[in-house]
Design a protein around this ligand. Structure first.
Ligand code: ADP
Ligand code: ASP
Ligand code: MG
Length: 427
């Protein structure tokens, strides 16, 4: 008997009907002879609504209480899902992250999983139950406080459980038919990808394709867990994310690796420019130590050539908008140590990234990317590259058009309109 882990995102369980529909699907997997572990997200936009509510009560809520609040969303859906399954005549038990043995560090709001001890899940399965686990949450190893894994963290819960339980596959059910060459909400002609490597998926995820979370893909690569991303609304085969170029299922077909996997975009970041920094050794180190000490992850960094007359330079970097306030405070505190003139904060930016392992061996990809942006009249503010990715920062207003232009320029448009969005609000 195989063991499968299935994860259902918020849009798949947005209302009572959704929960009943998903329950039927889960029961089917069980009837096919599998042991089934289900990871579930909060219903619809519940997490966003809880965040809005907290902000109305306090502008900077304490991490511990904030996490306690947010985990309530997943508790609601896990219990309702277990009830719906029982109503179909099958046994199910729900578990919080803590009960399921998801042990994390104690960084509230973006905790990392450090161990998974799924003893209770194993027992529940052995007794013939379907185990339902609340996604996105765990318990800290030292303080035993409830933690959350960061937005979209249920994907990581699913893969971590799949690894700990030695599952055959981790299925991620969402509101689109798989991973597409671009966000189907922006590019109607996006194409479904049959297979994608962990490496390309990691770059897409870290560049803003929220269909899978970066940490979840990282985890899956480390433990070599194949992920199948598919829709909970259709019966179609989705996208396989794995190390081997194989589309599993009917006959395990070998597939070819595409030169370009896709175009990702992200409007969740902001840009901070530290203006008038003395151009001498150690300056960047002090700036980024201050940011790191505030536990803020940064993305792109650009330093300008210093002006000959003043010997001063500007350093710009991007970071999640949600960390903007904290970063400005940290830099202001370190102002004397750094010796800059002023800070500029800009949250009207967007990032567009082109991803594909084929870039390494195909000259001209960068040139074609910039030409496509130029033809679309899009101005580039920052550029960064890796071996298999090119990213640019532009005005937020230009992002959608830029994504479509790049998608067309690289021949990724499909002839049919296969990019269906079944649910969700895109929030
Ligand atoms: P869930 O609630 O199931 O976790 P998410 O909203 O987190 O769903 O992720 C699914 C969404 O990801 C899709 O509705 C789509 O708008 C977005 N998305 C962004 N980039 C891509 C992509 N390349 N392929 C598929 N979906 C994408
Ligand atoms: N409910 C959480 C969120 O909205 C976790 C998840 O859906 O993965 O971010
Ligand atoms: Mg998600």
């Amino acid at each position: 008997m195989g063991l499968v882990v299935q994860k259902y995102g918020g849009s798949s369980v947005a209302d009572a009907e959704g929960i009943k529909r998903v329950a039927k699907r889960i029961v089917e997997a069980k009837k096919n002879g599998n042991q089934v572990v289900v990871v579930v997200s909060a219903m619809g936009d519940t997490t966003d609504e809880l965040i809005d509510l907290a902000e109305q009560v306090s502008p900077m809520p304490a991490g511990r209480e904030f996490d306690m609040l947010l985990t309530a969303g997943e508790r609601i859906s896990m219990a309702l899902l277990a009830m719906a399954i029982k109503n179909l005549g099958h046994e199910a038990q729900s578990f919080t992250g803590s009960q399921a043995g998801v042990i994390t560090d104690s960084v509230h709001n973006k905790a990392r999983i450090i161990d998974v001890t799924p003893g209770r899940i194993r027992t529940a399965l052995d007794e013939g139950n379907i185990a339902i686990v609340a996604g996105f949450q765990g318990v800290s190893q030292d303080k035993k406080d409830i933690t959350t894994l960061g937005r979209g963290g249920s994907d990581t819960t699913a893969v971590a459980l799949a690894a700990a339980l030695d599952a055959e596959v981790c299925e991620i059910y969402t509101d689109v038919d798989g991973v597409f060459t671009a966000d189907p909400r922006v590019v109607k002609k996006a194409r479904k990808i049959d297979w994608i490597s962990f490496e390309d998926m990691l770059e897409l995820a870290s560049s803003g394709s929220k269909v899978l979370l970066h940490r979840c893909v990282e985890y899956a690569r480390r433990y070599n867990i194949p992920i199948h991303v598919r829709s909970s609304f259709s019966g179609l085969q989705g996208t396989w994310v794995s190390s081997e170029p194989i589309q599993q299922g009917q006959g395990d077909q070998k597939v070819e690796q595409a030169i370009i996997s896709g175009v990702a975009h992200d409007t969740s970041e902001a840009k901070i420019t530290v203006v008038g920094v003395p151009d001498k050794p150690g300056e960047a180190a002090v700036i980024f130590r201050a940011i790191a000490n505030a536990e803020i992850n940064i993305d792109m960094v650009v330093q300008n050539v210093s002006a000959v007359t003043t010997g001063l330079t500007d350093i710009s970097f991007t970071l999640p908008k949600a960390e903007g306030r904290k970063a400005i405070d940290a830099l202001e505190k370190a102002k004397t140590a750094i010796g800059f003139e002023s800070l500029r904060y800009d949250d009207q930016i967007g990032k567009i990234s082109l991803v594909g392992a084929g870039m390494k061996t195909n000259p001209g990809v960068t040139a074609s990317f910039f030409e496509a942006l130029s033809d679309a009249g899009v101005n580039i503010e920052l550029i960064s590259t890796s071996e298999i990715r090119i990213s640019v920062v532009t005005r937020a207003d230009d992002v959608n058009e830029a994504v479509r232009a790049v998608h067309t320029a690289f021949g990724l448009d499909s002839d049919s309109d296969e990019a269906v969005v079944y649910g969700g609000t895109g929030r």
